[in-house]
Design a protein around this ligand. Structure first.
Ligand code: FAD
Length: 466
């Protein structure tokens, strides 16, 4: 049955588009409101001088057969399979990932390898009884020496805060046994590879943007609408029912009547935009949720075979860059020139901090200098650069976030016609597949099903460190 007013989907990222696609496929009228000019959210593809850049490289990997099928249906032969190669750079050395015994030993040295194993055994014999933070979680599993060598600097680079202030559940959800530490320990113990390591992945030939374009076409074909540059600025409510969504578009503000609202905008922001506002303690929780930002310096360089990795994790504290993508190694089609390479130098930051606020030309100069310092390419080979800033890239799992999320979730459960989905929409480390699944399930709930969206990815076992 067609809804009276239609349904409003907030956010044209993977979760919102999946919800809209599913509803439109079932002949429901949908309006997608996306704040930015791009579809795809964190997983969009941006183009500069014909070079295509991911906001971080996006592997398409899932154990959800329904999501895999959806990707295959929409992308057909444009969903290519990519061999994975990624190494870790630390103290001037590249650690293979997964490690070979010889590589681990020669990089760490015999003395350090023995010290690592001894500290690991100590941690297993005398663990922290209660793992309240990330430092304790990591030390219990890998020993304090390996934790200090490999986890502390990189993790603190990513989060900009000490590991003992980060919640343990971030690691529990993301690290599992896929880490360098697990790899080193199994390599030193004579086992060849971490058992769950993902060695190939899928990827859209022209970047993830291709998928969002196909989804948009399908949504439009079914008579619905996708509006970009249309940020949602308010949600009018009567008790526990959203009656209108307020959005600006082309210089005007529209009040859009709605039957259901499915929202992938950040959970805290959604709650703060309710009108009339919720009680103060709910607003306080909404304001308390934090995010980490991210910026990518895209560099275009002469030469086509700089290094063989898809990406390199940079654990060394002497440079600020956290990870380096080599886009040609994801898909040749991302790079329009056979004589050039495009890299994505990834920096983790907070919105408005010193790094975030630097002029683009300074950031490009920093990236060029660090690339040279790491010995990956001579700065003189760089012909052009571009900076892409991304606010709210990572939901922060600090000591209090669980309480705040639970309070907001509980409050919104009292509403009849709003569901929150996706990554920031649920303040949960959802990857593409889980974000899309929450969108599909929310759509089916609108159609009469009763799925518990919060059960999705509650105990994922195949996430991987960033
Ligand atoms: C650096 C990085 C690398 C990643 N790599 C991978 C990977 O390899 N594989 C993988 O599976 N996942 C990866 N992810 C995760 C993946 O990007 C997310 O899971 C996915 O994008 C989440 O989709 P979403 O729709 O929930 O949220 P988002 O992608 O954040 O989309 C939300 C959308 O809502 C819009 N919005 C926000 N506020 C408003 C508003 N007020 N009004 C209207 N619109 C609004 C935003 O502009 C955005 O477009 C990575 C993420 C990052 C940051």
């Amino acid at each position: 049955m067609q809804a009276k007013n239609g349904h409003v989907i907030i956010g044209g990222g993977p979760a919102g588009l999946a919800a809209a696609y599913e509803l439109a496929r079932h002949a429901q009228r949908v309006l997608v409101l996306e704040a930015t000019p791009h579809l795809g959210g964190l997983a969009r593809t941006e183009t500069y001088q014909g070079y295509r850049f991911d906001i971080g490289g996006h592997r398409f990997y899932t154990r959800l057969s329904e999501i895999q099928r959806l990707w295959e249906e929409l992308l057909g032969p444009d969903l290519i399979q990519v061999r994975r190669l990624s190494r870790i750079y630390y103290q001037g050395k590249f650690f293979e990932y997964p490690l070979s015994f010889g590589n681990a030993l020669s990089n760490l040295g015999l003395g350090e390898s023995i010290a690592v194993m001894a500290s690991y055994l100590r941690a297993r014999l005398f663990p922290h009884r209660h793992e309240t933070n990330l430092e304790e979680w990591l030390t219990n599993r890998f020993g304090s020496r390996l934790y200090r060598i490999f986890f502390k600097t990189y993790t603190e680079k990513v989060w900009g805060m000490p590991c003992h202030t980060l919640g343990a559940d971030w690691a529990a959800q993301r690290i599992q046994d896929l880490t360098l530490a697990g790899a080193i320990l199994s390599a030193l113990g004579g086992k060849s590879r971490a058992k769950t390591l993902i060695r190939t992945f899928h990827y859209p030939r022209l970047g993830p943007g291709l998928l969002w374009e196909r989804m948009r076409e399908a949504i439009l074909r079914n008579g619905s609408e996708v509006r970009v540059n249309a940020p949602v600025t308010g949600l009018k409510r009567e008790g526990g029912r959203i009656t209108y969504v307020e959005a600006s578009h082309q210089g005007a503000t529209a009040l859009i009547p709605c039957d259901h609202v499915i929202s992938s905008m950040p959970l805290g922001e959604l709650v703060q935009r309710l009108d009339p506002p919720p009680p103060e303690e709910i607003l306080a929780s909404a304001r308390a949720l934090r995010h980490r930002a991210f910026l990518l310096v895209g560099l275009i360089l002469e030469g086509r075979d700089l290094f063989p990795d898809n990406w390199i994790y940079v654990h060394s504290p002497e440079v600020a860059v956290g990870r380096i993508q080599n886009f040609r190694n994801w898909s040749e089609a991302l790079v329009p020139s056979s004589e050039h390479t495009s890299l994505g130098m990834e920096y983790f930051c907070d919105e408005g901090d010193t790094l975030w606020s630097q002029p683009d030309r300074d950031l490009i100069a920093l990236a060029a200098q660090e690339l040279e310092q790491l010995g990956l390419a001579d700065g003189s080979r760089i012909v052009d650069g571009v900076v892409i800033r991304q606010a709210r890239a990572y939901p922060v799992y600090n000591a209090e976030y669980r309480t705040h999320v639970a309070r907001l979730r509980n409050y919104l459960a009292g509403f009849q016609n709003v569901q929150t989905i996706g990554r920031n929409g649920m303040h949960r480390y959802n990857n593409l597949d889980h974000a899309m699944l929450t969108g599909l399930l929310a759509a089916r709930n609108v159609l009469g099903a009763r799925y518990d969206i919060w059960a999705v990815n509650a105990d994922s076992t195949y996430g991987e460190a960033l």
